[in-house]
Design a protein around this ligand. Structure first.
Ligand SMILES: Nc1ncnc2c1ncn2[C@@H]1O[C@H](COP(=O)(O)OP(=O)(O)OP(=O)(O)O)[C@@H](O)[C@H]1O
Ligand SMILES: [Mg+2]
Length: 468
């Protein structure tokens, strides 16, 4: 280190003391060569007593004598001393390529110190994570309805409803399992709406740190608090003015934040933190969640009045397992995207992989499919994705074993009972009709179309199964 030899010796000693807090140096034989007074004080010993002794005699649970043997540094390891969990760093000392000893430091004299430190650092980490996600989001490209792949009647019905929503000003509530494409739908609705030229602003209601809620949503005036930006800052509502505000994961918003949000939606104006006068706001709200909001309202976890405000046009986005016929077309589009990113061409799926894809329940929906394909392309040598390229949970599917000597007949589904075919068909029809009606919000004409049957036949079946 150029220049350090110019520092007075006393300085170097003090610098080490200040930086390391508690420090010990041992030689190759594990004998303490140096230990500072802070460490001695903590251990209840003195420098005179400690120096020259084997390190294990002075410091309980030490691993310094091991580090000097292994030559491997140990960073941030938990080291219990005198009933306290300390954080220890241990480094071997190499001089001219040879181990001459080791240096160790410990910090946080007691758990309280650690808690205090962690409490100060946690909000900063939360803030950093939040802004990182925000930044990523800004970089995302815009989507429209052509990006929503799927020809199944259920998906088409959802898309159809979304197209209608694009033309209206009403609030939209997008419901669907994780990874079904809620965000994509929100983008598409905004892009196609008359507000498409204005901003689409996303607010992740689940991750916004509590202390940022008001300033993020409503903005602040210059000098509203220490560290506030010169000229103040616009909040999400102001940024979305004339455009769309997408309230993502709205079901995860804490109750007290729900009240503040509701107030703005009702009054259609906001007040910046530290501001003097209300600012009128014109935003279209699209909310999304994978939670069961109705149940949350019943249980008192979601405000009923807010639910009514958001739930003007409800769009249920079907899961992948409810539209198996779309799996392959979507996989093909995703593969094309991956080919572009990985500079590859002509990647295909083996027939067995297709079979497994169609048999899998896809709890993570399209996002899971994306991950599975990306992983496969990463480990692929040739051009065909085989079962071996899939994650283990898709390889282990015992019903679909590829190995020739195990016949599918060997598998006995233990819990399945056999019912008369008539009953099975009736139950399936009834549930399909109910589901279709749910998706079309009770629109029987559309439901019949989705199921691919005539209106008269649909009404007959409703009567038979006592569905009204
Ligand atoms: N119909 C679709 N066609 C092609 N790709 C899709 C479709 N729907 C979703 N995707 C892709 O699947 C991924 C997940 O979509 P998105 O983020 O919109 O899901 P989400 O419902 O918001 O999920 P979460 O609840 O986990 O936030 C995205 O990468 C998106 O591009
Ligand atoms: Mg989402």
């Amino acid at each position: 280190m150029a220049g350090i030899d110019k520092l007075p010796y006393e300085w170097i000693k003090e610098i080490i003391n200040v930086i390391a807090e508690k420090i010990v140096v041992i030689n190759r034989d594990g004998i303490i060569e140096y230990i500072n007074s802070a460490y001695c004080e903590f251990l209840g010993t003195t420098m005179e007593e400690a120096i020259g002794k084997p390190v294990q005699e002075i410091i309980e649970n030490t691993r310094m004598h091991i580090v000097v043997k292994t030559g491997q540094a140990e960073i941030a390891s938990v080291h219990p001393i005198k009933g306290s969990e300390m954080i220890a760093n241990r480094y071997p000392l190499y001089i001219n390529g040879e181990i001459v000893g080791a240096v160790g430091t410990v910090s946080f004299g007691n758990p309280e110190e650690w808690m205090d430190y962690s409490e100060r650092i946690q909000p900063l980490l939360a803030e950093l994570k939040y802004y990182k996600a925000e930044f990523q989001n800004e970089l995302r490209s815009k989507y429209n309805f052509n990006d929503l792949i799927g020809d199944s009647p259920m998906f088409q019905a959802a898309k159809h409803l979304a197209e209608r929503a694009a033309g209206s000003q009403s609030a939209v509530l997008l419901l669907g399992e994780s990874g079904t494409g809620k965000e994509l739908f929100a983008h598409a609705i905004h892009q196609t709406s008359p507000r498409g030229h204005f901003s689409f602003v996303r607010l992740n209601c689940a991750s916004i740190p509590e202390h940022l809620f008001e300033s993020e949503l409503f903005g602040y005036e210059e000098g509203a608090f220490t560290g506030s930006k010169k000229g103040g800052k616009k909040g999400k509502f102001e940024l979305a003015h004339c455009g769309t505000l997408f309230l993502d994961e709205v079901g995860d918003m804490p109750l007290h934040m729900q009240s503040k949000l509701l107030r703005v939606l009702q009054e259609k104006e906001i007040e910046r933190v530290g501001g003097q006068s209300p600012i009128p706001i014109d935003v279209r709200i699209i909310a999304a969640t994978n939670r069961n909001l109705e149940k949350m309202v019943e249980e008192g976890h979601f405000r009923q009045d807010l639910y009514y405000r958001l739930n003007v046009m409800k769009i249920n986005i079907p899961s992948l397992r409810e539209r198996k016929e779309d799996i392959l077309p979507i996989a093909k589009v995703l593969l094309k995207k991956l080919e572009r990113n990985f500079h590859r061409q002509g990647i295909e799926l083996s027939t067995e992989v297709i079979r497994r894809f169609e048999a899998h329940s896809w709890p993570g929906n399209i996002r899971e499919l994306e991950n599975v394909l990306e992983r496969a392309v990463n480990v692929l040598d040739g051009n065909i994705i085989h079962v071996a390229h899939l994650p283990l949970y898709l390889q282990d599917n015992h019903v679909y074993r590829e190995t020739a000597h195990i016949q599918p007949d060997d598998v006995h589904p233990a819990e399945e009972t056999i019912q008369p075919l008539k009953e099975i068909v009736a139950a399936a029809e009834k549930s399909a009709i109910k589901k279709a009606l749910q998706f079309t919000n009770g629109n029987k004409r559309l439901a019949a179309k989705m199921l691919g049957i005539g209106k008269t036949s649909f009404y007959d079946k409703c009567r038979t199964y006592e569905i009204d």
